[in-house]
Write a protein that binds this ligand. Structure first.
Ligand SMILES: Nc1ncnc2c1ncn2[C@@H]1O[C@H](COP(=O)(O)OP(=O)(O)O)[C@@H](O)[C@H]1O
Ligand SMILES: [Mg+2]
Length: 294
């Protein structure tokens, strides 16, 4: 059964030049355990789709015109804010492109991870495996232990020492690992990763993709992987949905969509992915994506 089922999702956003429909009837189904890519150029509505699932689009300026989002039996657009808070971190988590905007530079990584662990534990006490009557100090100590374990799990060497570092003492790739650790500390079922490797250089990007993949294999994590990069989709995803101007123009298994794209826009996106054989100057959006889809 699908873990996430989006049907006919329509969202309008109001900006200085009025209200525009930015999601025009999105249908997207993600089965349990899949890594589903959502790909498309900037402005196609990928982030707003991801944010809608965790109900993080502010309304206003956003306004839902129709559709529904079913996640693990919850009707997300109808859920109360209290219900949503209970789901975030424990059932559904997000990571974003730029780790510097997500980690607070003023606090040690340990402080931020322990706070994250305590926050999820306040909603799901099983996370710390402590009785509800446990004292605050005891909870903090167990949360710190859990944070160290998670840091080790995401590949930070010597996590018991390094956890007390400040974010600036970590590289960009390490900071993204920390954010993955924080997002997954509450054992969510769904991770929404919005361009998580875009700010990283290619070799580090590959390591972070391998790390996310390892959680899918080990824990049955399901991932909505948002990217503008079809090369990344080919590396990590088994399903893909191609977005253009607020609509999904093509979706299906990666092997099928990338080997025989049915839609001209998908072919145009693929033409913009560099290959090893290319020479300088070869890379271009060889088909104009707007023209291509007409
Ligand atoms: N806060 C906002 N107010 C008004 N319009 C917005 C807002 N956020 C996004 N949009 C518009 O919605 C469209 C989709 O945005 P987004 O989902 O961020 O695209 P993507 O992630 O694919 O680059 C864009 O045209 C963007 O200009
Ligand atoms: Mg985006």
């Amino acid at each position: 059964m699908a873990l996430l089922d989006i049907k006919g999702l329509r969202l309008a956003m109001t900006s200085f030049d009025g209200e525009t429909e930015v999601l025009k009837g999105i249908d997207l189904t993600i089965p349990q355990g899949a890594i589903a890519g959502v790909v498309g150029e900037t402005g196609s509505g990928k982030s707003l789709t991801g944010l809608s699932v965790s109900r993080l689009v502010p309304t206003p300026p956003g306004r839902y015109l129709g559709g529904r989002i079913l996640f693990d039996g919850h009707d997300m657009l109808a859920a109360s804010e209290e219900e949503m808070r209970a789901l975030r971190g424990t059932r559904i988590s997000m990571i974003f492109q730029d780790p510097t905007t997500n980690l607070n530079p003023a606090f040690r990584i340990s402080t931020q991870m322990v706070d994250a662990a305590l926050a999820v534990a306040s909603r799901d006490p099983d996370i710390l495996s402590l009785p509800a009557t446990a004292r605050r100090r005891q909870k903090r100590a167990v949360a710190r232990q859990l944070a160290i374990e998670m840091l080790g799990r995401v590949g930070i060497v010597d996590p018991a020492q390094r956890i007390d570092a400040y974010p600036h003492q970590f590289s960009g790739g390490m900071r993204q690992r920390v954010l993955i650790a924080m997002a997954l500390i509450g054992r969510p079922k769904l991770l929404i990763a919005d361009e998580p490797t875009t700010a990283l250089d290619v070799s580090v990007q590959a390591q972070v993709l391998a790390l996310i993949h390892s959680f899918v294999v080990d824990r049955g994590l399901t991932v909505m992987f948002i990217t503008h990069n079809l090369g990344v989709v080919a590396q990590i995803c088994n399903e893909v949905a191609v977005m253009r101007q607020g609509e999904i123009v093509e979706a299906g298994p990666v092997a099928k969509v990338l080997t025989s794209p049915a839609h001209a826009y998908t072919r145009a996106l693929m033409a913009s992915v560099p290959t090893r054989e290319m020479k300088r100057g070869d890379l271009s959006f060889s088909v104009d994506p707007v023209e291509a889809a007409v």
